[in-house]
Ligand binder design. Structure first.
Ligand code: FAD
Ligand code: EPU
Length: 345
């Protein structure tokens, strides 16, 4: 018999494992702490029909019970691969809590992910949707992603280019790759003793000026944490998964027409003849901000965040999200795409 530290439980309620706080039952559930246990995943997938890799559950919406096995990732360990005067290369196990890793880099004065402070979830899910905040995307510091191919039972390494990173996108998010790869490690290249920081997004520079903060790694991280705590609901208090939709990118031509009609519409020009429009603004204009609909609704401070007021079901939230999408389409002719991963797919 193969040695395994994994204990398989059946009929497990996943409410503690998703930040939306949805009650949902998984047919089977196991915590994976050791890389050796990856070699069991193929037979577990066959035995239970389907497999879901779950990190912090902060970007998923369970719309039904899960009729397969959930593997909760708790792989741990940080390895220094190499360093020189300028850069350090770190191989970080995917089960590590993202924000703990960010704090670790700040304590060591390694720059690159300070703007990504306080994002919930695990290191392994960071490349999944190329997490981003306050003017930085994680793709800018990832050199490699190592994944275990569950069906082929081999480890595969993706360099930055092969990850096909985009705005809230990567190769791992493609539908055909869901349940195929278990991301085991992410390799980061971070700057030692950084001197240049990105303070251009939103209120960062204003908060720094108002408080007379020196521009240091720690102060930028603290500033981002401060802003985020003011703007976003804490999932421990109110279930949510951050932004429910992506910010839409429309053609410059479509944007011009809309700006004529709505001159106050915030918009940002992109390099590819496109314009990004904040989904939060579109949703707010449709009257959803702060509106409570049954057990759900759009948060009163951030219209892009759909929340669970306590007893919402995944179906209820999904239906609400569809109503929001419909009204934005009717008013602006813009299709909002979901950022959150629906389970089952
Ligand atoms: P999960 O929710 O567990 O999983 C998400 C998806 O990734 C699932 O499809 C899952 O199967 C897959 N997955 C997870 N781990 C692995 C793995 N090891 N291998 C293969 N597949 C895997 N996101 C941002 O980009 N920017 C933000 O500013 C931001 N702010 C947020 C604020 C709040 C309050 C909340 C609740 C969420 C926020 N998010 C943000 C979304 C979320 O935190 C990130 O997407 C995060 O990376 C998800 O990590 P997780 O471990 O919780 O992933
Ligand atoms: N706005 C409104 N109404 C609102 C909130 C915002 O009109 O209720 C407008 C404001 O004009 C503001 C603009 O929307 O200038 C942008 O708002 P904000 O800076 O709060 O960011 P966002 O576009 O709503 C994105 C990310 C967040 C990330 C922040 C900060 C997406 C889908 N979301 O939100 O990521 O933390 O920027 O960089 O890109 C996540 O992905 O889960 C997430 C929280």
């Amino acid at each position: 018999m193969i040695y395994s530290s994994m204990k398989i439980e059946t009929l497990v309620n996943l409410r503690p494992y998703n930040t939306f706080g949805i009650d949902t039952i998984a047919k089977a559930f196991a915590i994976l702490k050791e890389k050796e246990d990856l070699f069991q995943l193929k037979s577990l997938k066959e035995q239970y029909g389907e497999i879901l890799i779950l990190g912090g559950g902060s970007n998923v919406l369970f719309t039904d019970n899960y009729n397969g096995i959930v593997i909760h990732n708790q792989l741990s360990g940080i390895e220094i691969l190499s360093e020189d005067d300028q850069y350090i290369h770190l191989k970080v196990a995917s089960g590590i809590h993202w924000h703990s890793f960010v704090l670790h880099t700040i304590e060591n004065n390694w720059g690159g992910i300070e703007n990504l402070s306080l994002i919930p979830g695990t290191v392994g899910a960071a490349p999944m949707q190329n997490i981003g905040a306050y003017g930085v995307e994680v793709k800018s510091v990832i050199t490699n992603v190592t994944a275990y191919d569950i069906d082929k039972e081999i480890f595969v390494t993706f360099d930055n280019h092969s990850c096909q990173f985009g705005y809230r996108e990567s190769i791992f998010k493609h539908i055909e790759n869901k349940g195929k790869y278990f991301i085991t490690d992410v390799t980061f290249r971070l700057q030692k003793n950084p001197a240049n920081f990105n303070t251009s997004y939103g209120d960062i520079q204003k908060v720094i000026n108002d408080n007379n903060y020196a521009i240091t790694l720690k102060n930028i991280s603290d500033t981002v944490i401060q802003i985020r705590k003011q703007k976003l609901p804490d999932p421990k208090e109110l279930g949510n998964a951050g932004s429910f939709f992506k910010n839409p990118e429309i053609s410059n031509k479509e944007a011009e027409t809309l700006i004529q009609k709505y001159p106050q519409m915030p918009h940002y020009s992109l390099a590819n003849e496109k314009t990004k429009v904040p989904a939060a603004w579109l949703i707010e204009q449709c009257g959803w901000k702060g509106l409570i609909v049954g057990n759900t609704g759009n948060h009163f401070q951030q219209a892009l965040v759909i929340v669970n007021y306590g007893n919402a079901t995944g179906q209820e939230i999904k239906q609400h999200a569809q109503n929001v999408q419909k009204s934005v389409f009717e008013k602006f002719n813009i299709v909002l795409q979901t950022e959150v991963n629906f389970i089952p797919y």
